[in-house]
Design a protein around this ligand. Structure first.
Ligand SMILES: NC(=O)c1ccc[n+]([C@@H]2O[C@H](COP(=O)([O-])OP(=O)(O)OC[C@H]3O[C@@H](n4cnc5c(N)ncnc54)[C@H](O)[C@@H]3O)[C@@H](O)[C@H]2O)c1
Ligand SMILES: [Zn+2]
Length: 378
């Protein structure tokens, strides 16, 4: 028999647009979003964690039930160690036991752990059901809410298993930030300063005015309508601007790595004893200082970045307990390119990104050069 080959023509153009709603007291808004289009006919599974279920999950479920919707609440144990395949499987078994099928709408209520995990459940349950993300932490709102990345961790690496699955809507209820601790708020501010540095100098100015000039505390910030709304909205808008043209990773999305190449390596080298936001803050400050050496921003601009991070209460220097070798090990572990170089993005001044050869946002830096810089910074 002759070998035959023929093609399944499948060029997909899909509209995965979705609204992001920012405000206070948004339970009724969740109900309204869940009744748009084909979502209205679906039974609802609220997926949340054991902490957020009391803070927000139950009240959203009640509002949905009061509107006549059939609602079940599934709460898994809070915390990053539970963002794993076993939890996903347990949630799926619960959904099956409840009789949920393709007619289900998942409403994820929680921080980044919940939206990543519940989003991943939604991505694969009966090959995909819609979900609404109700983000309850500043870190979740600043980063996890936009982009459509869902995932679980494995012992080998975080976020190793997952899917791109865009939400039907994202809700950022700033009132939820009122129950966050100062440390949890600061954790989300690392990503916030990153967004200002890479995309919007006026946003940076507003943060500087609040935290540096007026000395605002984290608790005052979440009560300040103007600033809280600005932070919730600008973080999403800036992240959106860098992911819409580049949904499945690529050049523009690289900008979001600002401060993260060093930051993530520091997080690993410290055995996750420092928060992600703290590590990103150190990474942002060091990369700005490094950028001054390359001539990408002025000393005055780098000083402003350091002052803002400090005013927020974030660290800006490598801790004494960490070695350059440990950071380099973590950095080269999975990032090493063919040439033994690691790719870095840099800001151009404040609010813009450096563009290198062929329009690339990242430039390779040889490992030795990175190690030399880190040694000079320690
Ligand atoms: N998908 C993405 O693009 C993306 C981007 C950034 C981060 N993430 C993920 O996000 C996760 C970190 O996010 P996180 O810090 O929000 O994690 P989280 O969901 O674990 O929340 C942190 C803690 O705060 C509690 N909490 C949540 N809301 C609260 C509230 N309103 N008041 C008081 N406590 C509250 C939670 O129960 C939890 O104990 C990581 O797993 C990370 O990988 C994903
Ligand atoms: Zn980050």
């Amino acid at each position: 028999m002759e070998v035959t080959e023929f093609k399944v023509e499948l060029v997909r153009t899909v509209d995965e647009s979705y609204p992001i709603v920012v405000g206070r007291g948004l339970d009724a808004k969740v109900v309204e979003l869940a009744s748009r289009g084909d979502l209205a006919e679906r039974r609802i599974a609220v997926i949340t964690d054991t902490t957020v279920v009391e803070l927000a999950g139950k009240s959203i479920a009640r509002a949905l039930a009061d509107a006549g919707r059939r609602v079940d609440v599934l709460a898994f144990p809070a915390g990053e160690p539970n963002k794993v395949r076993a939890t996903k499987e347990a949630l799926e078994d619960q959904l099956i036991a409840l009789g949920c099928g393709r007619d289900t709408l998942i409403v994820a209520v929680g921080g980044g752990v919940v939206t990543d995990l519940a989003g991943f459940v939604a991505a694969t349950f009966t090959r995909g059901v819609p979900y609404i993300s109700v983000s309850t932490t500043l870190l979740g709102a600043a980063d996890a809410a936009v982009g459509g990345k869902t995932a679980v961790d494995t012992p080998a690496a975080t976020n190793l298993i997952g899917a791109f699955h865009q939400p039907s809507a994202v809700v950022i209820d700033v009132d939820r930030w009122l129950t966050l601790s100062d440390a949890q708020i600061r954790d989300g501010m690392g990503e916030t300063v990153k967004h200002a540095c890479l995309g919007d100098v006026q946003y940076f100015d507003a943060l500087e005015d609040a935290f540096v000039t007026r000395g605002m505390s984290p608790a005052e910030f979440v009560r300040d309508d103007g600033l809280a709304e600005l932070v919730a909205r600008r973080n999403c808008e800036i992240k959106r601007d860098f992911v819409v043209s580049d949904v499945h990773e690529g050049n523009r999305r690289m900008a979001l790595n600002l401060g993260h190449t060093i930051g993530r390596a520091l997080e690993t080298a410290m055995g996750y004893t420092m928060s992600h936001g703290e590590c990103v803050a150190v990474g942002l400050n060091l990369q700005a200082k490094w950028g001054v050496q390359f001539g990408y921003l002025t000393q005055g601009e780098a000083d402003r970045i350091e002052r803002l991070l400090r005013a927020i209460g974030l660290p800006t220097a490598l801790p004494e307990s960490v070695t350059v070798e440990a950071i380099m090990d973590a950095m080269t572990h999975d990032k090493k390119g063919k040439s033994g170089a690691i790719r870095f993005v840099f800001e151009r001044g404040i609010g813009d990104m450096m563009v290198f050869d062929d329009g690339a946002l990242a430039r390779p830096v040889p490992s030795e050069e990175i190690a030399d810089f880190l040694r000079s910074a320690i």
